[in-house]
Every structure is written in structure tokens, then in C-alpha cells.
Design a protein around this ligand. Structure first.
Ligand code: HEM
Length: 167
């Protein structure tokens, strides 16, 4: 399995598109900058949403209204992160695809996206869902307290990839 991944990374790295990226100086820094700008947009929106879910910010506003403002930024930012991340992988496939921290990061991204959906879906049926009973407010707090450290761990993992050896 590892040998197969090895061969795949080598082939990808030798492809014309990867070679073109590798030989054009401005591509990687530009794509990294866009990746970081999207991280900033997603993380600030996640922070606002989760602080409201916990109940320490914008308590005069409903969760639905805060979610309507910030969740679209998350769903627009993730495809940008996916596209820019894919270009970074294409430039140096083994650096990410054979790196355990990258695998961890992708697992955490799926978990974090799932928790964002768990907050969003109930609001589609009932706008007051998270502002209702105290058990729902407790659940909202639990989702936020899980979600925030996971998003922060994703940022740590993103930066950490450069410092952990690929297999
Ligand atoms: C959705 C799919 C994503 C993919 C495929 C992806 C892929 C990548 C790749 C390949 C790198 C370069 C790592 C290196 O070679 O050193 C990177 C860096 C990074 N990523 Fe992502 N990423 C994604 C989502 C995210 C998300 C959601 C966040 C945080 C909210 C994030 C935060 C970062 C950070 C902070 C870096 C380090 C940037 C730097 O130091 O230049 N990424 N990502």
C-alpha cells in the first residue's frame, strides 16, 4: 500500500502540471497566501459562531442570525482551501500525502465540517432551535467546545506538516 502511494506521488510529481508549478517561482507563495487568507476568513467566522453558541458573545442576537452571517463564509472558504491545498499537494505530493500530520489534518477538517453541519441543519427546520430549551443550549455549548479546539488543531497541523518527516 505504501509502495503504491510512493509510486503515485512520484508519477504526480513528474506530471507536466506539477513540473510547471515547480518551475514557476511565484505560484507557491501566491497559493500559500490565498490559503492563509481563507484560513483567516474561516477561523474568524468559526470563532464568532462558536462564541455565540457558547453564549459569551452577541447574546442579544439569535443563534440563527449569527449562523446566517458566518456559516456561509465557512462554506465558501472550504472550497478555496481545498483548491489551494490541492495545488500545494500537486507541487510536492509526497510532502503532504505521505505525511501523518496531513492525514490527521484532513480527518480533523472532516470532523470540524461535520460539527458545523450539526449546528446548521437543525436551524433549517426551526430558527429558534438553539435558543430553545436549556438542554439544547447545553448541546450547542458542547458542539462549540468540541469544534473550537478542532479548528485550532487544524491550523496547528497545517503549519506542522513542514516539520514532520514524510514516510
Ligand atoms: C480542505 C482541504 C485542505 C487541504 C487539501 C489543505 C492542504 C494544505 C497543504 C498541502 C498545506 C502545505 C503544508 C506544507 O507543505 O507545509 C497546507 C498548509 C496549511 N493549511 Fe491547509 N489544507 C486544507 C484545509 C485547511 C483548513 C480548513 C485550515 C484551517 C482552518 C488550514 C490551515 C493551514 C495552515 C495554517 C497551513 C500552513 C500555511 C503555511 O505555513 O504556509 N488548511 N494546507
Amino acid at each position: 500500500m505504501l509502495r503504491l502511494l510512493d509510486a503515485f506521488c512520484e508519477r504526480l510529481s513528474a506530471s507536466p502540471l506539477s513540473q510547471a508549478i515547480q518551475s514557476t517561482d511565484w505560484v507557491i507563495p501566491t497559493v500559500q497566501t490565498v490559503h492563509i487568507l481563507a484560513v483567516a476568513a474561516v477561523m474568524s467566522s468559526i470563532l464568532m459562531l462558536n462564541l455565540r453558541l457558547i453564549g459569551v458573545r452577541a447574546r442579544s442576537e439569535s443563534v440563527a442570525s449569527v449562523a446566517a452571517r458566518f456559516i456561509p463564509v465557512v462554506w465558501s472558504g472550504l472550497p478555496v482551501l481545498l483548491a489551494t491545498g490541492a495545488i500545494l499537494i500537486l507541487a510536492e505530493p509526497a510532502r503532504a500525502l505521505q505525511n501523518p500530520v496531513f492525514i490527521l489534518k484532513m480527518t480533523l477538517v472532516s470532523l470540524a465540517a461535520g460539527l458545523t453541519l450539526a449546528c446548521q441543519i437543525p436551524l433549517r427546520r426551526d430558527h429558534e432551535f438553539w435558543d430553545g430549551s436549556s438542554s439544547r443550549r447545553r448541546l450547542a455549548r458542547l458542539i462549540a467546545c468540541l469544534s473550537l479546539p478542532i479548528w485550532v488543531a487544524i491550523v496547528f497541523a497545517g503549519r506542522w506538516i513542514a516539520y514532520v518527516q514524510s514516510h
